[in-house]
Design a protein around this ligand. Structure first.
Ligand code: CP
Ligand code: NVA
Length: 301
């Protein structure tokens, strides 16, 4: 049997993703009802973080604890990975001792190389190119607030970054239409757009992009690793802020998501996260439930 990994949304079939989102909703109900569910006693997850995190670390660590297992935080400052031990060697060693591995890093190729040399499932917890775990939480939040997303129009506003690339994969796997409004020079992966041209449209005008949209999403203008481009990006994205007035141009029942952390006054207005149309904090909580569903899926293959 081959080991299943979760490096992008394309690693699971549309049906598997759909089932996983429903399972996440059930795990959330169980957690809120105080039901103890510990199917993974003595199972261990290694969490390798080369970039900062609040939600990802807390959700994976809490999720493993709730499952009766354990999560181990590894930083490159303290491991031999940070001193240049080859990724393949690290993968062989770490995966020989734990049951599942989560990695947040810069290079997507590093995660692919780790997975290729790992004997246990590997989860991509964000690379420069993709953030698939966030999409599980987002799809769960949409299902909870609005039901089936199939056939809906979704709009991404802002940088064509790791989250935007993952929304393109989600458009394919969950069957929705995706409008992307971004400034010239900040488009998502060109090959990915091309491969999904039947459902993805890159535009310049945010107002045109949100028309008839059931979901509007944005993210920071400068991602982790792009801090020195902050000023230049603020200028380039100045007309791409998502605010209440822009949401007014979308469908009447539109909801707004942001993976967080957010910069109020930049990519969103100061007050948008308090608007009744924002579900960003439900979305954040869902990281816990959706990733528990993912861990359960990968550990029971
Ligand atoms: N959305 C998200 O991945 O948040 P963290 O960077 O806090 O993990
Ligand atoms: N695009 C952001 C997402 C953070 C969760 C980043 O990569 O920094």
């Amino acid at each position: 049997m081959t080991t299943r990994h979760f490096l992008t949304l394309l690693d699971l079939s549309p049906q598997e993703l759909k089932t996983l989102v429903q399972r996440a909703i059930e795990l959330k109900r169980m957690q809120r009802a105080g039901e103890i569910y510990e199917p993974f006693k003595n199972r261990v997850m290694s969490m390798i973080f080369e970039k900062s995190s609040t939600r990802t670390r807390v959700s994976f660590e809490a999720g493993m604890a709730q499952f009766g297992g354990h999560a181990m935080f590894l930083s490159p400052r303290d491991t031999q990975l940070g001193r240049g031990e080859p990724v393949a060697d690290s993968a062989r060693v770490i995966s020989s001792m734990v049951d599942i591995v989560m990695i947040r890093t810069f290079s997507h190729e590093l995660v692919q190389e780790f997975a290729a040399n790992s004997s246990v499932p590997v989860i991509n917890a964000l690379t420069d190119d993709y953030h698939p775990c966030q999409l599980l939480a987002d799809m769960q939040a949409f299902a909870e607030h609005r039901g089936d997303i199939t056939g809906c129009t979704v709009t991404w506003i802002g940088d064509g970054n790791n989250m935007c690339n993952s929304y393109i994969n989600a458009a394919r796997q969950f069957g929705f239409k995706l409008n992307i409004a971004c400034p010239e020079g900040f488009e998502p992966d060109a090959a990915l757009v091309e491969a999904n041209a039947d459902r993805v449209t890159v535009m310049r005008d945010p107002v045109a992009a949100v028309k008839n949209s059931s979901l509007v999403v944005t993210d920071v203008w400068a991602s982790m690793g792009q801090e020195e481009e902050q000023k230049q990006r603020e200028a380039a994205f100045a007309s791409y802020q998502v605010n209440e007035a822009l949401l007014d141009k979308a469908a009447d029942d539109v909801i707004f998501m942001h993976c967080l952390p957010a910069h109020r006054g930049e990519e969103i207005s100061e007050t948008l996260l308090d608007d009744p149309r924002s579900v960003a904090f439900d979305e954040a909580e869902n990281r816990l439930h959706a990733q528990k569903a993912l861990i359960e899926f990968l550990l029971t293959q």
